[in-house]
Ligand binder design. Structure first.
Ligand code: PEP
Ligand code: MG
Length: 567
């Protein structure tokens, strides 16, 4: 038995088998060859193609496959046997004097680019097959084979890093926990893991050298440690803790039908944040009063084609119908920052969190933005959908977005497509400039929602994804609290409600402060909702207001922490 200590970024306990996920990083150092090497390179090409085809045949024989997965593997063989492919590679070697690996990279980059640009989802979906074949072949030549293993629902994923779309994808495969070498607690990956109640640990240098696939592991997201090959006593103890965790969750279900109000009857609306449509079941179970934030960018990332209007329309309509009459706040695409899309963010920005993300990206890709708006307007027949714009920095952006909505509505009228006459509009307040001008922004909006994750990042100039500056990231910095206070006051003065949908709303110790500051709604991951409801049920609004009043007068984080007993 071996114990490894790191940091927890999502709580909970999981017991399962180690599953190592290695990233495919192909470092092609040998790019060019001289004329004398041409012949050897061509022989190498034939040899590797033959071996990779044999590997695929072995894979088909060795494993249990569905018809679909055999079809995919057969398609990969066809790509490798295609004479056009072989001629192009030979040409790149003979005429351009490229090394075999560089020629392969060049060829597939071109082909994938062509497929991606095709305005037809069937053709463009083919690019993922080409990417797969490219990885398989390069992996073989550079001696780094592709991992074809399946993920089981008893697995705990170990990886160097994990991106948000992988977390959502693994969630649908019933993965029980994540452990990564590096990753910040404020990253979207961590937020999603927390939202799905999946434990996640980070900060284990050389993690992948310390473990082996299929070893039994206990992940303790409460203590920030994992245990490899636990002894019987430890395993029994953790099985017991796991039972207690399940029991606690079951106990919370007893308050599911209670109204969310403080002891002195101050009502708070409790809503849910979702990242993927699959979370709706959990939202329904917790009897959430609506979706306070649907992060739609996860429909756009980790895929090779963008979702068309029809696909988006169906998703939004289904969610709106299943939540009816409760509201569903759809946030328009916020790709960028750490939520990168292959297609929308093809260029690696030096400073992505200050770059083309949120509403800026939508304005830069107006056609794509219009597709999303049209899909939302068409899906809002029941009238319970609201639109929210991310990364608003000034009122002009709201006015511009509203003009685009108007344009979309006019187009739908001309096309005689059913859609809603009216839709409520909200701005996310996550940039200090928006908080400071929230008086003007409120006049153009039906509601505001404070994104405290980004508001903290941009107020304190701390990259939320960078572990090295983690200690500077603090949502209870007096400046952040002042901006929240300003936003609430300005919204209320203009007769609109204001929510917090960032992680501050999920931090138990901060609930009295937010409620005392006058927040109307809290939106959190569905798995957290009942825990939060219990906190609110035990709270006095009068005392919370007095607490907020005292905190607003404090000058340091340390004083505030002490007052909130925040760790
Ligand atoms: C936020 O910034 O607080 C927020 C809710 O948006 P996201 O975490 O998706 O950037
Ligand atoms: Mg944000």
């Amino acid at each position: 038995m071996q114990i490894f200590r790191g940091n927890s970024i999502s709580k909970g306990i999981a017991i399962g088998k180690v599953k190592i996920i290695k990233r495919h990083k192909y470092n092609i150092s040998r790019k060019r060859i001289n004329k004398k090497e041409i012949e050897t390179e061509l022989i190498k090409f034939e040899k590797h193609i033959e071996e990779v085809i044999d590997d695929i045949d072995d894979l088909i024989k060795k494993k249990e496959h569905t018809k679909e997965s055999i079809d995919i593997l057969d398609t990969h063989k066809m790509i490798l046997k295609d004479p056009d492919f072989s001629n192009n590679i030979k040409n790149l070697i003979q005429s351009d004097l490229l090394s075999l690996e560089k020629a392969i990279e060049e060829h597939f980059t071109q082909v994938i680019g062509i497929f991606n640009r095709m305005n037809n989802s069937l053709f463009s979906s083919r690019s993922s097959d080409y990417r797969d074949v490219a990885e398989r072949l390069l992996g073989h030549i550079l001696n780094q084979k592709k991992n074809d293993d399946k993920i089981d629902d008893i697995d705990i994923v170990f990886s160097e890093t994990i991106n948000p779309s992988e977390v959502t994808r693994f969630f649908t495969m019933n993965v029980k926990g994540f452990c990564v070498e590096s990753g910040s607690k404020h990253s979207h990956s961590a937020i999603i893991a927390r939202s799905m109640n999946i434990p996640m640990l980070t900060n284990f240098p050389n993690l992948l050298n310390s473990i082996k696939n299929d070893e039994i592991v206990i992940l303790d997201g409460n203590e920030g440690l994992f245990i490899i090959t636990p002894d019987e006593q430890t395993l029994d103890r953790y099985k017991q803790l796991l039972q207690e965790q399940i029991h606690y969750q079951n106990e919370l279900t007893k308050i599911v039908d209670l109204k969310t109000q403080t002891l002195d009857k101050h009502i708070i609306k409790l809503m849910s944040n979702i990242e993927i449509p699959e979370e709706i079941d959990q939202v329904k179970k917790s009897k959430s009063e609506g979706i306070g934030l649907f992060r739609t960018e996860f429909l756009f990332i980790d895929r090779d084609t963008l979702p068309e209007e029809e696909e988006q329309f169906k998703i939004y309509k289904k969610i709106a119908e299943s939540m009816y009459p409760e509201p569903v706040i759809i946030r328009t695409i916020d790709a960028g920052g750490d939520k990168l899309s292959n297609i929308l963010n093809p260029i690696m920005e030096i400073n992505p969190n200050l770059g083309l993300r949120g509403i800026r990206l939508s304005f830069a890709h107006k056609a794509l933005f219009k597709i999303q708006i049209r899909a939302i307007l068409r899906a809002n027949i029941g009238g319970n959908i609201k639109i929210m714009f991310p990364m608003i920095s000034c009122v002009k952006e709201i006015r511009k977005a509203k003009a685009i909505i108007k344009q979309c509505r006019e187009e739908l009228v001309t096309e005689n497509k059913e859609h809603c006459e009216y839709i409520k509009i909200g701005a996310m307040i996550e940039i200090p400039s928006a908080a400071l001008t929230s008086d003007i922004i409120s006049k153009e909006c039906d509601f505001l929602s404070i994104g405290t994750n980004d508001l903290t990042q941009y107020t304190l100039a701390v990259d939320r994804d960078n572990e090295m500056v983690d200690k500077y990231y603090c949502s209870i910095h007096p400046a952040v609290i002042q901006l929240i206070k300003t936003t609430i006051k300005n919204a209320h003065d203009n007769g609109i409600l204001v929510a917090v949908c960032g992680e501050m709303a999920s931090t138990n110790e901060l609930i009295p402060l937010l409620i005392g500051l006058g927040i109307d709604e809290l939106s959190v991951s569905p798995g957290k909702l009942l825990e939060l409801k219990q906190i609110i049920l035990d709270l006095s609004y009068k005392k919370s207001k007095s607490l907020a009043y005292q905190i607003l007068k404090m000058d340091t984080i340390e004083q505030i922490k002490k007052k909130l007993k925040h760790v």
